[in-house]
Design a protein. Structure first.
Length: 453
C-alpha cells in the first residue's frame, strides 16, 4: 500500500496538471514581485515630489512634511531613509543640493525622526558587517592556511588560525592538499603538549565539506538612542559653514591643548610642555571643546553633517539565539538579526608562534555586549560616521570568552577572562576620542578603521 501511495504521489507530481499549476504559481510570484517593486518606486517618486514641494514652497510645507512623517511611525523612518538614499544618487545638481538641505532641516528639527531613520538604515549598514565577520572566519578556517599577523617586526613571527572544536573540547585544524581534498588533523591534545592520536569526529564527515558562513553569529543586535546637538545660538548656517571650512586644515586639538597649557602653567613651563607632549597625550588633557566641534574630515560639507549624542548598545552571540538583555529594558530604537540557518560549528581563534616564538594560545568568543555613551558625527549623504567615546563615561564591556595560554592551553581564571580583559578592551576603546575618532565608512561595506583628525 505504501509503495502504491508513493507511486501515485510521484505520478501526480509529474502530471501535466501539477506542472501547469507550478508554472502558474511561479508566474504569479514573479508578477507579485513586479507589482510590489512598482508600488515602491511610485511611493518613492511621490515622496520625492512632496520633498520638492517642501523645498521650493513656503516654510509651512517643511513643517507639514515633518509632521506627516512623525505620524507615520516606523514607516516614516523608512520613507526618510529612502529619500536620503535617493538624494545621495542625485549628485551635486542644484535640485539635489536643495533636497539635501531640506532633509537635514527635517532631521535637525525632530529627534524622533532621527531615531526612526537610523532604525531603518541600521539593517543596510550592519548586515554587511555581520556577513563579513562570518565569511572571514569561515574562509580562514576552510583554507587551512594561517594568516600572518604582520609583515615586519614582532607580529611577523605570529599567525592566526581558526580551528574547529568538537563536542569533547578537542581542537581540529583543517588541511587541504593540492588536489583540493580536505581532512582534519588534531591541533594539539586537550591539556597536553604532545599530539594525541584521535580520529576526527564523525559529525565532521569522512570528506568534510566546507564550514558554512551563515549561522555562525546566532544573534546580532544594535540599538541606538540619539539626541541632536544643536548649533550655537546666534550663529547663522552660513557663518557656521564658513568657520568650519576655514579651519578644515587646522589642527584644533593641538590648538586647544596648547591654549589650555598656556592658561594653566607658567609661560616657560607651558612652552616646554607644548613641545614635549605628543598630540595623543594632549588629546587627554582636561580642556573644553566648543559645542560645534567637528572632526577635520567632516568640515568640508558641515551643513550635511549631524552632530549626535547617542546611547549605543551592541550585542553579538555565537552560542545562542537568545537575547543578552531585556528588549524592553531601555527605550532604544534597534535592529536585531537572528540566524535562520542552524550552524553547529564552533570556531576558535589560535595565535600560533613561528620561527621559534611560542604560541600565545586560543580564544573562543561566545558572546559580547558593549554599552556606550558616545558622540557621533553623521555625514548623512556621504555615508560615513565618526564615533568618539567620552572620557567621563567610558564604554562598558561584558563578554563570555574562553582563553587558554600557550600550546598547552592553560586556562585563565574567570576574573582575568571576564573582568580584566574586558577592562583592557574598554581602555583601548577609550582611545577613540574626539581627536582620534573611529571612522566608519558605511558606503564601502561598513569597513571600520581609525583615523587621525
Amino acid at each position: 500500500v505504501a509503495k502504491v501511495a508513493k507511486s501515485v504521489a510521484s505520478a501526480a507530481v509529474r502530471s501535466p496538471v501539477a506542472k501547469v499549476a507550478k508554472s502558474v504559481a511561479s508566474a504569479a510570484d514573479r508578477a507579485a514581485c513586479k507589482v510590489q517593486a512598482h508600488v515602491r518606486r511610485c511611493s518613492s517618486q511621490a515622496w520625492l515630489k512632496v520633498l520638492d514641494a517642501a523645498t521650493t514652497g513656503p516654510g509651512k510645507g517643511l513643517a507639514f512634511m515633518r509632521a506627516q512623517l512623525e505620524k507615520m511611525g516606523a514607516q516614516g523612518g523608512q520613507v526618510l531613509g529612502s529619500l536620503i538614499l535617493a538624494s545621495t544618487k542625485g549628485g551635486d545638481s542644484k535640485l539635489a543640493s536643495l533636497r539635501k538641505r531640506t532633509i537635514i532641516k527635517i532631521l535637525t528639527g525632530s529627534v524622533t525622526l532621527v531615531n526612526r531613520c537610523l532604525r531603518a538604515l541600521l539593517p543596510r549598514w550592519l548586515t554587511p558587517s555581520r556577513r563579513g565577520i562570518q565569511t572571514a572566519m569561515a574562509s580562514l578556517h576552510n583554507s587551512g592556511t594561517p594568516m600572518p599577523l604582520g609583515e615586519e617586526g614582532l607580529l611577523a613571527n605570529y599567525s592566526l588560525e581558526v580551528l574547529r572544536m568538537d563536542g569533547e573540547g578537542r581542537l581540529w585544524r583543517k588541511k587541504v592538499d593540492a588536489d583540493g581534498d580536505a581532512r582534519y588533523e588534531e591541533a594539539f591534545g586537550a591539556g597536553c603538549a604532545l599530539p594525541c592520536a584521535h580520529a576526527p569526529p564523525s559529525a565532521f564527515g569522512e570528506e568534510p565539506p566546507p564550514v558554512g558562513a551563515r549561522g555562525l553569529i546566532k544573534r546580532f543586535t544594535c540599538r541606538v538612542d540619539t539626541r541632536v546637538i544643536k548649533p550655537e545660538k546666534g550663529v547663522s548656517a552660513a557663518e557656521a559653514r564658513r568657520r568650519h571650512q576655514e579651519t578644515q586644515e587646522v589642527d584644533l586639538v593641538t590648538l586647544y591643548a596648547d591654549k589650555y597649557l598656556e592658561d594653566t602653567y607658567p609661560s616657560l613651563l607651558a612652552k616646554c610642555m607644548q613641545r614635549a607632549i605628543p598630540r595623543r597625550l594632549k588629546a587627554t588633557l582636561d580642556f573644553d571643546y566648543p559645542s560645534d566641534f567637528m572632526p577635520r574630515a567632516m568640515r568640508d560639507k558641515p551643513l550635511e553633517v549631524l552632530a549626535l549624542d547617542l546611547d549605543m548598545d551592541l550585542a553579538m552571540r555565537f552560542d545562542s539565539t537568545e537575547p543578552l538583555f531585556d528588549l524592553n529594558e531601555m527605550n532604544l530604537g534597534g535592529f536585531s538579526s537572528i540566524a535562520q540557518m542552524e550552524n553547529d560549528a564552533r570556531l576558535v581563534f589560535f595565535v600560533r608562534g613561528d620561527n621559534g616564538f611560542p604560541s600565545l594560545g586560543t580564544l573562543e568568543l561566545r558572546s559580547l555586549r558593549v554599552e556606550a555613551n558616545a558622540l557621533a558625527w553623521w555625514d548623512v549623504f556621504d555615508g560615513a560616521i565618526d564615533l568618539a567615546f567620552k572620557k567621563d563615561d567610558p564604554p562598558r564591556i561584558a563578554w563570555d570568552i574562553e582563553v587558554a595560554l600557550g600550546h598547552a592551553r592553560l586556562p585563565l581564571p574567570d576574573c582575568i577572562e571576564d573582568t580584566f580583559l574586558a577592562w583592557l578592551t574598554g581602555t583601548v576603546m577609550r582611545s577613540f576620542n574626539r581627536a582620534y575618532p573611529l571612522h566608519i565608512a558605511i558606503d564601502t561595506g561598513s569597513r571600520v578603521q581609525p583615523r587621525e583628525f
